[in-house]
Design a protein around this ligand. Structure first.
Ligand SMILES: Cc1cc2nc3c(=O)[nH]c(=O)nc-3n(C[C@H](O)[C@H](O)[C@H](O)COP(=O)(O)OP(=O)(O)OC[C@H]3O[C@@H](n4cnc5c(N)ncnc54)[C@H](O)[C@@H]3O)c2cc1C
Length: 577
């Protein structure tokens, strides 16, 4: 690493500008990697109304900018008496890495170009349940604040330390707990340690012919414990479920004991289900050390597909009908026109014959079918299962799409659409260099309020852009990324050009706040899967009754009277809760 700050992802993968102003994603990890994208910069420039100068880049911090650690000597001595030195570190780079998630302007911008407000003082690597109990006991004895760390991929400022925390803060990194403890192949369940990443989990299960199927776009780095703590949602939830449907039992080590069900069961009417409190607990209650999850035989077939519709409204009508039918695929997403055009802009320059075929397709879609290139939208599809299941889904989905003027546009476009989501965080870091600040945010909303909510977000962004007198034009795109019986998950991306703007990270935060207000005023939820963290704490009071908030405070207090798990995402000391 040349610079001090930590970016997203693998070191071999980043977007770069070539001499001919095309853009390439380096490495060979994704199907977007390794080729020139001539239309990338022109698309961004047109959408934002700016000109990108490849030589005019923000300079990342190359020097340390991190507070010296607060040291509790007695605790450090006691720790050293129990654990070998390779299980903990005071190293600055590690402290920084463990002190933030992936929120664009509230965290990554600060890490790369400014300074995080506060960093953890030590990083401890938890290797077993015994370690978890021991570190908690030491923390109780010496009044230390512990912060569980999974993959650091949250986008809600869930790892941002509270400003008023005066104690020594220790990040408890769970990633060495990355084993599958057992597999029950007959009943299709497995007991898995909480620090395993999605990629490790799927690789290990695959060796035995199984799949978990929980596939968030952060799969490569996020962990099982993090998924439970944030109440995560994976793209293939239609087939495998969201995290709360996948997990059968959780083990949580807390300052007052061990929280778990004695044994997992397919379902149980046992009174209040303690486990439900842990989904979305966001590091406030203790350390999740393992979980029993459902597993599935590895699917016979995985097939991508895609459709284009003349406009977003027809696409939504199609999804509404699909959601209430029996052939819902593992995943289906509907992207708006901006995102559709962006995915087109990421294509390579066509070779001779391909260019000719593409031209013919374009003529058919635009001239013969009358699609408007500035209105048309696309749906991308993943189908998984047996040969028969997938064939049944494909035939019925495409037949239904026809009723809404949908045209089949091929597996390659579908695959490309899904790969694009893996590149988004790399894109964020690349664009940030050129003063373009972007962020993603999401919500869930009933079917009947989708259009009103999207319109409100669009209007609010335009107003905010004007209010802060920002250069160029604001960027907004959105997609429906999940469908439910009563509504959908809407996933937005917004961005603006910040060259010459003072404190862009502060303005972005205010804009994001206004956008959430608009979402909630138009029937949207506080979050569909990103969680609350510090980013959305203030909206809890619009989400839960006062008495519900009080009950949560009491549960927290009973479980952790000393507030050892003082990350304060949802705790008794929170300013707003
Ligand atoms: C590019 C990108 C794509 C994303 N795509 C998705 C997506 O498709 N779906 C989705 O749901 N989210 C997505 N996210 C958000 C993020 O990946 C999830 O919130 C994820 O669940 C966080 O897991 P983590 O292991 O990284 O947790 P962290 O970020 O390390 O921690 C998150 C919170 O959980 C707590 N925590 C972590 N591990 C434990 C543990 N073992 N015990 C107790 N508490 C713990 C932490 O203290 C913190 O409060 C995405 C993020 C990025 C950057």
């Amino acid at each position: 690493m040349k610079t001090w700050g930590h970016k997203w992802g693998f070191a071999d993968t980043q977007f770069v500008i070539n001499e001919d102003r095309s853009v390439t994603l380096t490495g060979d990890r994704y199907n977007l990697s390794g080729y020139k994208m001539p239309n990338f910069l022109p698309y961004i420039e047109e959408e934002l109304g700016i000109k990108i100068n490849s030589h005019d880049q923000q300079q990342e911090i190359t020097e340390k900018s991190i507070n010296p650690p607060t040291i509790n000597k007695d605790f450090c001595q006691a720790l050293a008496n129990i654990f070998p030195s390779n299980q903990y570190t005071f190293e600055d780079r590690e402290r920084l890495f463990h002190s933030h998630g992936q929120s664009a302007f509230k965290e990554i911008y600060k890490v790369l170009y400014s300074k995080l407000d506060r960093t953890v003082d030590m990083v401890f690597c938890c290797q077993s349940e015994l370690d978890a109990k021991a570190i908690i006991n030491l923390a109780i004895e010496h009044n230390i604040c512990l912060v569980p760390f999974g993959g650091g991929t949250n986008v809600s400022c869930a790892l941002k330390l509270p400003e008023n925390e005066k104690r020594m803060v220790v990040s408890v990194d769970m990633r060495r707990m990355d084993k599958i403890e057992w597999i029950d192949p007959e009943n299709l369940r497995a007991c898995v340690q909480a620090g395993i990443t999605g990629q490790q989990l799927e690789e290990q299960l695959r060796n035995d012919g199984f799949i978990c199927g929980h596939e968030p776009d952060s799969l490569e780095f996020s962990t099982l414990g993090g998924w439970i703590s944030t109440n995560a949602s994976g793209m293939k939830k239609n087939r495998y479920g969201n995290i709360e449907q996948i997990v059968e039992n959780i083990t949580l080590i807390t300052p007052t004991g061990t929280i778990e069900q004695i044994q997992p069961t397919p379902r149980s009417s046992m009174g209040i289900q303690i486990q439900n409190l842990l989904f979305g607990s966001e590091g406030n209650l203790g350390l999740i050390t393992k979980a029993v999850i459902k597993i599935n035989p590895f699917p016979e077939v995985k097939k991508y597909g895609s459709l284009v519709f003349p406009n977003f409204e027809l696409g939504v009508k199609f999804l509404y009908n699909l959601a209430h039918n029996g052939f819902v695929p593992a995943s289906i997403r509907l992207v708006d026109n901006n995102q559709f055009r962006f995915s087109q802009a990421l294509k390579p320059k066509s070779t001779h014959i391909k260019a000719w075929i593409d031209k013919l397709k374009k003529i058919y879609v635009l001239n013969l079918r009358g699609f408007n290139p500035h209105q048309m939208v696309a749906a991308t599809i993943v189908m998984e299962g047996s040969v028969q299941e997938v064939a049944y889904q494909q035939a019925n989905i495409y037949a239904l799409a026809k009723k809404y003027q949908g045209l089949v546009s091929g597996a390659e476009n579908g695959h490309r659409g899904y790969m694009l989501t893996y590149a988004i965080a790399y894109m964020r870091d690349f664009l940030l260099k050129f003063y373009i600040i972007g962020e993603t945010f999401e919500t869930s909303v009933s079917w009947s309020q989708i259009h009103q909510l999207c319109h409100a977000v669009d209007q609010t962004l335009k107003e905010q852009h004007q209010k802060f007198n920002l250069p160029g034009k604001p960027y907004l795109s959105y997609r429906i990324s999940q469908i439910y019986h009563t509504g959908v998950c809407l996933y937005f991306m917004f961005g603006f050009y910040s060259k010459g703007v003072e404190f862009p990270e502060v303005i972005s935060t205010q804009i994001e706040h206004s956008l959430r207000q608009a979402i909630m005023a138009n029937g949207g939820s506080i979050s569909h899967h990103h969680g609350v963290g510090k980013s959305r704490q203030e909206f809890i009071k619009n989400t839960l009754s006062d008495d519900s908030i009080e009950l949560i405070k009491q549960i927290k207090h009973a479980n952790d009277p000393q507030n050892i798990f003082g990350i304060d995402n949802f705790s008794r000391d929170s300013k707003t809760i």
